[in-house]
Design a binder for this molecule. Structure first.
Ligand code: FES
Ligand code: FES
Length: 192
């Protein structure tokens, strides 16, 4: 059994400890905002935040992540109002969108640790692959988000997407405590 905290909730995975964190998040926790693409640590589509760092969850086993605090795109903010999310909307960054949750998680970790990143630091931190080529809009949005985090600019919060923002992280099925008697099958998450 492997224990960690996912989006603020203590969970344990009844899965082979070698299972990639990506599969535990997607298949057991139903947190499908984190994407699978290359599976070999190159593209960054699977990026999540682990103890404050952006990591590629396809390259990390759940055993490696034991005891960590994981945040996925579903819980980056309660109201879609992290400066990166606001800047992403303002700059209309996504095209197809597939790579975007990974890029957003990498960009958020960058801004959270460095509110004034240079262009070189942005290029160093964001090595994600975007097949749609949205790189110029990503970089522009990161610079905007940095200005927002420094208090030099303000943006309206992200508009509601048509659902209660709390639904994104609080009420996903796998993070809802199971009824008595459930939770023994492999891969089941049990909130504690
Ligand atoms: S799917 Fe993990 S880096 Fe590409
Ligand atoms: S927006 Fe399509 S792959 Fe990046």
């Amino acid at each position: 059994m492997t224990r960690m905290t996912v989006n603020g909730q203590p969970v344990h995975y009844r899965m082979d400890p070698r299972t990639p964190l990506l599969w535990a998040l997607r298949d057991a926790s139903n947190l499908t905002g984190t994407k699978y693409a290359c599976g070999v640590g190159v593209c960054g589509a699977c990026t999540v935040n682990l103890d404050g760092r952006a990591v590629r969850s396809c390259q990390l086993s759940i055993a490696d992540a034991e005891g960590s605090f994981i945040t996925t795109i579903e819980a980056l903010s309660r109201g879609r109002d992290h400066p990166i999310q606001q800047a992403w909307i303002e700059n209309m960054v996504p095209q197809c969108g597939y790579c975007q949750s990974g890029v957003i998680m990498a960009a958020a970790a960058l801004i959270d640790g460095n509110a004034n990143p240079s262009d070189e630091e942005i290029d160093e931190a964001i090595t994600n692959i975007c097949r749609c080529g949205t790189y110029p809009r990503m970089r522009e949005a990161i610079r905007l988000a940095a200005r927002v985090s420094r208090g030099e600019e303000r943006l309206a919060s992200a508009p509601p997407p048509g659902i209660d923002p709390e639904d994104a992280a609080a009420n996903v099925e796998a993070l809802t405590p199971p009824e008595d008697g459930e939770g023994d099958e492999p891969g089941r998450i049990v909130s504690e």
